[in-house]
Design a binder for this molecule. Structure first.
Ligand code: SF4
Length: 315
């Protein structure tokens, strides 16, 4: 099971405690290949395991309907009345060399520390390291909370944790820090931190061992390109997700009220193929912001975030 901690003893204990006969297993795309090993390790519980094989990018996308759902790869995001066990799959690797490499790139003395659920358990080590090198580590829990008819959406729940849709742990401390150290991979989270918290972001990637400072204004540049692509659109489809933690109905209705010639469209999986055949010129995605931020170039038709559509198109 490589470098991730699947906490199978905890899973086993929960299955036995709940006397669960049918257990649904959710894994992120990169960890689905671990299902055979997980099944073998849990065989002696006597439970029947079912792999939920639809794409799953976050705990916003909980599937239920069995005695127990074991959701690997993320922290709890949405309160449901269903039986769900969250296993964040902490990444087991040393980061001391990575921190040494990041040290000369950090700006100033007060450093905001941020990461994703896979590396949360390493934040104590990061704090100690920075203190020993004369820096002042600053950490905060995000404050984004929303109540929806279908549950209480909590978003990032751990101290220092950010999600692509919740960088409030960075916003909370933006006035107190000189720069941010983000431990994680990809550009989705770091772009959001840079855009909303307006301080230099130094990204240290535990998988590649690379350290880089994010280009200032990177989000704004991409946003401008997205908006200019939508300038000539005469009609808009407003996408509402069916995933429980991505179903922002109130946002979709707010956009619909202000955007002339628009229609509400419900979808589970937003993809270039589906969007291409819908009879609208451009789309506002109220589901996961990753669809727009990471993938907009893969769509022939323009796709925008809700606020971009409202502000930029002056609705
Ligand atoms: S960023 Fe997207 S996938 Fe991640 S928790 Fe938020 S809505 Fe879900």
């Amino acid at each position: 099971m490589g470098q991730y901690n699947f906490e199978l003893d905890k899973v086993k204990a929960r299955i036995l405690q709940d006397k669960a006969k049918r257990v649904l297993v959710q894994l992120p795309e990169g960890l689905k290949s671990e299902f055979p090993g997980i099944s073998t390790a849990l065989e002696d519980t006597g439970a029947m395991l079912i792999l939920q094989s639809d794409p799953c990018y976050g705990a916003c996308d909980i599937k239920t309907g069995y005695d127990l759902t074991v959701h690997f790869g993320h922290n709890e995001f949405i309160k449901t009345n269903d039986n769900v066990l969250y296993i964040p799959c902490h990444y087991q690797s040393r980061i001391d060399e990575l921190l040494e490499k990041a040290l000369p790139v950090l700006k100033g003395q007060k450093i905001g520390i941020l990461t994703t659920s896979q590396h949360i358990h390493q934040l104590n080590e990061v704090q100690e390291f920075l203190k020993n090198r004369g820096k002042v580590p600053v950490l905060s829990r995000g404050k984004q909370r929303e109540n929806f008819a279908n549950g209480d959406i909590m978003r990032a729940t751990a101290s220092g944790q950010v999600l692509g849709c919740d960088v409030s742990a960075a916003i909370e401390i933006q006035e107190q820090v000189d720069s941010f150290l983000f431990i994680g991979s990809g550009k989705f989270h770091s772009l959001g931190i840079e855009n909303w918290a307006k301080k230099p972001v130094i990204q240290a990637n535990p998988y590649s061992g690379e350290v880089e400072e994010l280009e200032s204004g990177a989000w704004e540049k991409e946003k401008y390109l997205r908006i200019s692509k939508a300038f000539n659109a005469k009609s808009f489809g407003i996408i509402i997700s069916t995933k429980p933690g991505q179903r922002l109905m109130a946002t979709a209705e707010r956009v619909k009220e202000k955007l002339p010639n628009s229609a509400l469209i419900e979808l589970e999986h937003v993809s270039p193929q589906v969007i291409e055949y819908l009879p609208y010129d451009a789309f506002v995605i109220t589901a996961c912001p990753r669809i727009v931020i990471d993938d907009w170039k893969n769509y022939k038709k323009p796709i925008l975030l809700p606020d971009e559509a409202l502000k930029a198109l002056q609705a």
